[in-house]
Design a protein around this ligand. Structure first.
Ligand code: ZN
Length: 165
């Protein structure tokens, strides 16, 4: 457990080092290789709203290599992906009014970008959420963790009270 917390602290440290000027605005890139450029996204707890910008640096169309960015509890990810598959490409591989989805962008193709803004009131501090792409088959590799943490999260990362579920 101690070792895990040390690894978490190290991950937070790395994430902090690459943070943008406004920590409440995060950019994530996707490409023609079916990849996101981030595996973990962290946002400080003082953000009341978070703005996530998804960019597609590839050239393939949305029909061939479309990506979206969806945020949910880790335990809801599979169900959301399956419901999205059932909804199909017309609906951007997202079921309508799926309450399990915390935030989602539209599906974009190469050269495009999409932004979604959402309130952090739906998020619990220290809980690891999942972000993923709902295009068929993509989430096997296009996925990562999203964590709301204290601004002084490095010092608090080892405090069990911040990892409450
Ligand atoms: Zn994708």
């Amino acid at each position: 457990m101690t070792r895990l917390r040390l690894i978490c602290a190290a991950a937070l440290l790395l994430a902090t080092g690459t943070a943008y000027a406004d920590p409440c605005k995060v950019t994530i890139e996707s490409n023609d290789m079916m990849q996101f450029n981030l595996r973990e996204m962290t946002v400080p707890t003082q953000c009341t709203d978070v703005e996530v910008s998804l960019k597609h640096s590839g050239q393939l169309s949305a029909k061939v290599m479309g990506h979206d960015w969806v945020l949910a509890r880790d335990s809801d990810m599979s169900a959301i992906i399956n419901a999205g598959l059932a909804a199909g490409s017309k609906h951007g591989y997202l079921a309508e009014n799926d309450k399990r989805i915390i935030a989602a962008t539209r599906v974009i193709g190469g050269g495009e970008s999409a932004t979604v803004t959402f309130s952090t009131s739906a998020l619990q501090k220290g809980v690891r959420y999942a972000f993923f792409c709902t295009s068929p088959g993509h989430a096997t590799v296009m996925r990562g963790t999203f964590v709301l943490r204290d601004a002084d999260g490095i010092a608090n990362a080892g405090d069990p009270s911040t990892a409450r579920r």
